[in-house]
Design a protein around this ligand. Sequence first.
Ligand code: NDP
Ligand code: GDR
Length: 370
Amino acid sequence: MKKIALITGVTGQDGAYLSEFLLKKGYIVHGVKRRSSLFNTDRIDHLYQDPHEENQNFFLHYGDLTDSTNLIRIIQDVRPDEIYNLAAMSHVHVSFETPEYTANADGIGTLRILEAVRMLGLEKTTRIYQASTSELYGKVQEVPQTETTPFYPRSPYAVAKMYAYWITVNYREAYGMYACNGILFNHESPIRGETFVTRKITRATSRIALGMQDKIYLGNLDAQRDWGHAKDYIRMMWMILQADEPEDWVIATGKTTTVRDFIKMCFAHVGIELEFKGKGSDEKGYIKSCNGNYQIETGKEVVAVDEKYFRPTEVDLLIGDATKAKEKLGWIPEYDLPALVEDMMSSDLKLMQKQQYLQDGGYRIKNYFE
Ligand code: NDP
Ligand code: GDR
């Protein structure tokens, strides 16, 4: 019998990689996607199967984490062995603009799934993975952060995820459910959402190198993040649900880097050396030298700070300790930060070259840089 997985947030970065991973493992995969006025399935189009054909193993259902009746019906129909709850309003800065919606989708949405599983009598058979986050640690209490580091959330997103974390623990303890939190630190990839800082930088660096854009505006360049590759992290989601006992796990690289250094690494990929001058909102990044195929005038300003990207409360430093996952589950990540930069930059350079070609041919290319 093939195992059945249900993935919420299937159209997102992690949902797409996890679907691909589980299909390769022989699972039948069901994904929950939101109705949208335009197709929102770019990341999973390569997995799509015509529903009129036989031997399907990938199914999509319309749904939303804010609609319990919908979730109950999907879980009742699918009767999954494993649920991966990845759906969320996942942008920390945007959560300050939409705090109530974020609490509903990210916090109560998790409760809706746990309760649906219990109501349907599946609490002893369905295993649940909850997408928890290093944002729970927020204001630095301890470095590096482990499964026992106290939480101090610093955004509506993190506070909503804190509810989701604890309700997952509570349902495990109260009803004996196999429900686990993966406390994942930032993980990125070529299909990362364009408004997260890494992807914003790899896209802009590529465009600047190709002469399609003059400069990039960013927020806090001092923020330090523990960045890994999404492919390594979705494998852990699966491993977490295969463990003998349900537990909570930190997944991280154990290394931290500033946003500023990440920018330098991306420019170095295209043979450009940057230097930064100034402080805070007056800081700027200039071209110091060009040694590769891409020639931009030395001294040109290519990075500037715009305060609109500052957050009302910031998370300054994240660095995780994944010793437990490495020792008990045997997790070995394949990518380090240089390999992640290489993967993202080479992908975005190709993508921007294609866009440049289309633009030259008269097609309108999306030009949003939020
Ligand atoms: P993305 O933002 O790429 O994807 C989020 C997914 O959730 C999308 O499929 C989105 O749909 C869907 N979604 C949003 N709101 C709802 C809703 N109300 N009902 C149903 N679906 C919804 O996130 P990632 O793939 O990067 O992250 C996956 C999960 O892991 C998220 O919960 C995130 O908070 C968490 N996380 C992510 C980390 C990271 O570094 N990537 C680190 C730690 C935790 P649509 O495509 O229609 O917008
Ligand atoms: P984060 O990721 O908030 O850590 O949440 P993001 O990439 O948005 O920000 C990382 C750091 O970069 C700083 N920053 C900027 N961020 C954005 N988005 N845009 C900018 O222009 C910019 N300039 C500087 C931020 O202030 C921040 O310090 C991600 C999400 O995937 C969450 O869902 C997940 O839970 C956490 O990672 C772990």
